[in-house]
Design a protein around this ligand. Sequence first.
Ligand code: TXA
Ligand code: MG
Length: 352
Amino acid sequence: METKVIVIDENDIDETAQAGLEEAGRIIKEGGLVAFPTETVYGLGGDALNPESSKKIYAAKGRPSDNPLIVHVANMEDLADIVKEVPESAKKLAKAFWPGPLTMIMNKNEKVPYETTGGLDTVAIRMPNNKIALELIRQSGGYIAAPSANTSGRPSPTIARYCEEDLSGKIEMIIDGGQVGIGLESTIVDLTSDVPMILRPGYITASMLKDVLGEISIDRTIIDGSSAEKPKAPGMKYRHYAPKGQLMIVQGQQDNVVDYINKSTKEAMAEGKRVGIIGTDATMKLYSADVVKSVGNREDERTIAHELFKVLREFDDENIDVMFSESFDDSGIGQAIMNRLLKAAGHNVKVV
Ligand code: TXA
Ligand code: MG
């Protein structure tokens, strides 16, 4: 299959762009797949109410079919049509954070096929904050199932080129809407338990959710890598977000971290390996390796979130075998950053 790529500027949806979105909408309505930008990461979209579309999504990504998809909507009214009931908590959260990087889990009704929810009676729903995505959802009939548009196991794509790398030839269309704003997937909160529970940390932090709901819990497996329990979001159990090379996170006082990384880099390079280092603006110049990249200023967690997956993909482009990363504060958005970094590293952490 040939994959058509169209370019659209989110801030200037002219007639040509509109025609492109209508074509993309038709593709999805007819059961095809389109990768598209959202504010978090690129999504791989198909008709959420068509079981055949969901099967195609799993096949294109090489994703296990017990790992449910997120349904994307463009209107609040459409939400009520696919769930048993809209909980009060969902109304409050939608008012505060939609459109935006928050996914809510509710009890599904019969309209949502089990192929989309990986066999679960619940469904994950979000309204993305991106004009291309919202118009595409409307053109597609209102419900787009979309996981991140990467091959299963690779870092989520933050630019269209990475969707092309993973999915070219496997899907009908890619909409290139430039670089995404946030760079990490949405926060997932389960509203089916007594106390709402965060299943995946993201840009909407625990304290932001607590401000709206009063009470919030966190799936322990997110924080504790050694926990024997299974994460409640099926997708969180997979070694996800993984770059091709081996990644180690080095934790400790800055001087110790820099010394340890430089020493280990020398050793790995002596063995003929290509080494990449993830540092920050303040430490970049203290390292020497094949490739050294900064994810920004340590205090600026928004930039770190934005850069992390991008840097991991760039290391893949540069055929890096071994990577060392500094560790980050794990409060606020830092919780999402460390969650993704730990998963990328397969929880390989060295304390120095
Ligand atoms: O930001 C995002 O959420 C992006 C963009 C494209 O919207 N999408 C995304 O989808 O990250 P994906 O498929 O890569 O991650 C969805 C996660 C998986 O971990 C999955 O197991 C979990 O959501 N999930 C989906 N439905 C669920 C459900 N009913 N119960 C528990 N977890 C669910
Ligand atoms: Mg994903």
